[in-house]
Design a protein around this ligand. Sequence first.
Ligand SMILES: [Zn+2]
Length: 318
Amino acid sequence: MLTQGAGGNTSVKDNGWLWVKASGAWLEHAETKETFVPVPVAIILDGLAIGEDRKAEWTAPSGKVLRSSIETSLHAVLPDRWVFHLHTVSSMLWSAMEGRIADVADRLEGLPWELVRYDRPGLPLTRAIVERLESKPQVLLLENHGLVVSGDSCAEVNELMLETEQRLFLSARQMESADTESLSAVVPERYHSAHYADAHWCATDPAAFEAAIKGIPAPDFAVFLGARLVGVRTGESIESAAATYRREFGIEPAVFLLEGQGAVLRDSVSDNGELLLEALGRMLARLPNGAKLTYLPMPEILGLLDWDAEKYRQSLIE
Ligand SMILES: [Zn+2]
């Protein structure tokens, strides 16, 4: 519920150095693998002042080269010593729900929090955060993205993070599990049934299916699962759904959601993608009745994927 794969990053500032999670490293492995990169805070802030997104490469004691997270500047601009940035299931859900900000305000009442408008991870998001720092917030809800919690001690930040999570928590609805045996009979070549059970909820539950195929609610879903999740309605063929996606984006889809049956992923999708689809299932199981999600606009998704927006536009015309 707190983190999936390489998503999210934490940091601590010490004597002018920012120790921040390395890009691609998993918080889950932080106690057993080299995970953190030291970066001089002044270098990042000087870069920010001239519009440069500076990151650092560092050779760890083992000889492994680590590169600081793409969200390094976000950690540097926050004045607090400890910073947790997480894509928690609850914060991704609340920050993507349409017109529910009054509910969030009720739930977080009394906490030093601010809402940060959506912008792309990296310098644009960091600038959006800087706009909200006047009230000295310690909890930031990042629209269509996740959560940042900061403070002077690790214990304090941990406690504040858990308090925030508890207040934002919604129980999952009763969801239908996938019949993996009948699903495996229809899985196309070079695809497999989703590894994590909750990922199937995106396809087995009618409301979750409709919400999942409508768009991408937060950046990591695009980064690890592609421009959209391909819904295959009952009676429709997987091949024709795949052909539409290929025409739009020029590649094979990462995910098919087979209506009422379950989720299948392309074999080349990393475990990051499997975990993101599990998180999406858990999010959609908590989407209140009648609530709607907001989605990232397609040009933004193409930007996140570094795909050519003009080629995409052409594909829609042809
Ligand atoms: Zn993030």
